[in-house]
Design a protein around this ligand. Structure first.
Ligand SMILES: NC(=O)NCCC(=O)O
Ligand SMILES: [Zn+2]
Length: 489
């Protein structure tokens, strides 16, 4: 099975150049101008197009049982939507139910994910602590290619990990060479503010952002960064949405702490006014955590992306239809949290980032693919166009104009937070493992054509820094009974 992409401009995170890309049996095998098309099975003419590494979305929830319901995607529909948007790999989350063993939950998710039509991998959530969690973390890293564990500081009474859990899990992750990831919101404060708002009769979706103000995120981000610093553990903070958390990450990085940050495309473009919409359905459709913020936070997020404080963009893709959001009609705290985004992440970031002059095309590649591949240790297999890498590519037409509409989307949900947004620049073709998976608006990838990606532990990219940061050396003072070692009291 051979595929040749001719006449395009290759864009990697570090450089751009004109070259044809030859793929055979799922790998890139040649990369140079003027490769002959004779004997090749499929040829794509990429004239006037850019050829980029396929996107990696490091934060999706395709099929998540959450808040009394289950996200409306399955792994086929969700990964098909990813391919339509130029994303060729997702890292989804295994979230064990209370009391469920991590390994059992992991195998359940693996079974669900067999339908995937793009490559995938899993972070596994640690939501409580006991010996079985300690042991299963080891098994997952050693035998099942998991190199990151997720901790929710929010969702009290459900999946929240308190400081005790973080303090057990982080050093365990460190000894296994795995990266702790964290949803930073102070779950106690959210719980308190939700109850306060309810007592005051504020029960509509406008209660959602008021119960989770930016400082609730900032406090948790600062606290977990300090905890990780004390323990000498690298850290990845998911979906940063607020100036407060970005500032906390910037300060830690300035001091040499190994902290990585992600932001969601949705938080870059949408502000909190959506929760004050008179139409309950529209307001509820935007309920996700952290919530959308006042506009000033968006500019800070853009600056953090272009300034290197945040390294990745994701979506937290988690679809709930209107009927599911209805569960919170009488109480905002019961509206299932989550919005979709995997289909639009790259186009929205291209349009508002590259076209608007905030990002270069190379930075776009870094932020949508390469940095995630490095942090989660699948680089250079993914995240770069080079000989030997997986043939996961997007042929990007920078002149393609499209209006985002829920009506025409592939993701399985009845709403789109970017509804009506006109964007310029979109995938003409998406190539997954050397095959055309999306072209001319159509998904061509078969159910189950995606593969599970093992992610090895001890990423060199992170580990060197961990050694440098180190834990403070522990010291003891030798003393004789009752006296100091030197005989003096
Ligand atoms: N983000 C969100 O609202 N839903 C998915 C679960 C999570 O990541 O917090
Ligand atoms: Zn989250």
């Amino acid at each position: 099975m051979s595929l040749l992409i001719k006449h395009g401009t290759v864009i990697n995170a570090d450089q751009s150049y004109a070259a044809d890309v030859l793929c055979e049996d799922g790998k890139i095998v040649a990369l140079e101008p003027g490769i002959s098309a004779s004997g090749i099975d499929t040829v794509i003419d990429a004239r006037n197009c850019l050829v980029m590494p396929g996107g990696i979305d490091p934060h999706t929830h395709m099929q998540l049982p959450f808040m009394g319901t289950v996200a409306s995607e399955d792994f086929y529909s969700g990964t098909a939507a990813a391919l339509a948007g130029g994303t060729t790999m997702i890292i989804d989350f295994v979230i064990p139910s209370p009391g469920e063993r991590l390994l059992d939950a992991y195998h359940k998710w693996r079974q669900w994910a067999e339908k995937s039509c793009c490559d995938y991998s899993f972070h596994v959530a640690v939501t409580w602590w006991d010996e079985s969690v300690h042991d299963d973390m080891g098994t997952l890293v050693r035998d099942w290619g998991v190199n990151s564990f997720k901790h929710f500081m929010a969702y009290k009474g459900a999946i929240m990990a308190d400081d005790g859990v973080l303090t057990q899990s982080f050093p365990r992750a460190l000894e296994l060479g795995a990266l702790p990831t964290v949803h930073a919101e102070n779950g106690e404060l959210v719980d308190y503010l939700q109850k306060l708002l309810q007592k005051k009769g504020i029960l509509g979706p406008e209660g959602h952002p008021q119960s989770r103000p930016p400082k609730v995120e900032g406090e948790a981000a600062q606290r977990v960064i300090q905890i990780a610093g004390i323990l000498g553990v690298p850290l990845y903070l998911v979906h940063n949405s607020a100036i407060e958390s970005v500032d906390a990450i910037a300060a830690a990085r300035r001091q040499g702490q190994r902290v990585f940050g992600e932001c969601l495309t949705q938080h870059l473009l949408i502000d909190e006014s959506v929760y004050y919409d008179k139409d309950w359905n529209r307001a509820a459709a935007h309920v996700m955590s952290p919530p959308f913020r006042p506009k000033a936070h968006q500019e800070a997020l853009w600056d953090a992306l272009s300034g290197g404080v945040l390294q990745t963009t994701a979506t937290d893709h988690c679809c709930f239809c209107g009927e599911q959001k209805e569960m919170g009609r009488e109480n905002f705290a019961k509206i299932p949290n989550g919005t979709a985004g995997v289909e639009d992440r790259m186009a929205v970031l291209w349009h508002h980032g590259v076209n608007m002059g905030r990002l270069t095309a190379n930075e776009f590649v870094a932020l949508t693919s390469t940095n995630a591949a490095r942090i989660f240790n699948i680089y250079p297999r993914k995240g770069v166009i080079r000989v030997g890498a997986d043939a996961d590519l997007v042929v990007w037409d920078p002149a393609l104009v499209r209006t985002i509409r829920a009506e025409t989307q592939h993701q399985r949900v009845d709403f789109n937070v970017f509804e009506g947004m006109e964007i310029t620049g979109a995938p003409a073709y998406t190539v997954s493992n050397g095959r055309i998976a999306y072209a001319d608006g159509k998904i061509l990838a078969a159910v189950g054509s995606g593969a599970y990606v093992n992610r090895p532990a001890f990423p060199a990219y992170i580990q060197a820094q961990v050694r440098q940061n180190g834990r403070h050396p522990l010291r003891s003072v030798p003393r004789s009974a009752g006296n100091g070692a030197d005989g003096r009291l």
